[in-house]
Ligand binder design. Structure first.
Ligand SMILES: [Zn+2]
Length: 98
């Protein structure tokens, strides 16, 4: 089964955002190595996971991408956050139907 990337609509759900996602140099390098163009994906040691995922999609030809603006750590009253809640085992669930 083959899909044309330009036919795909991608949704990137709530996740920790660049405001709260500070990592070490090793993690930052591993994340940034997953994309060819790293422009705008980090600020110092703060990394934008959602934009990295979007960039990965763009680099394989997916151009319809919707990114949820919420940071799960800043909005811990609405979402679980592994980092904010000190390793919570609570998880988000997404359901998809084709
Ligand atoms: Zn945040």
């Amino acid at each position: 089964m083959e899909s044309n990337p330009s036919d795909i609509i991608a949704l990137i759900g709530p996740a920790i955002s660049i405001c709260c996602y500070e990592v070490g140099e090793d993690v930052k390098e591993k994340l940034l190595d997953t994309v060819e163009s790293q422009d705008g994906l980090y600020n110092g040691m703060h990394v934008d996971l959602k934009l990295i995922n979007a960039r990965q999609l763009e680099e394989i030809g997916v151009n319809k991408i919707d990114i949820c603006p919420y940071c799960t750590s800043c909005n811990n009253d609405l979402f679980y956050s592994y980092r904010k809640e000190n390793g919570t085992k609570n998880r988000h669930l997404a359901v998809l139907k084709l």
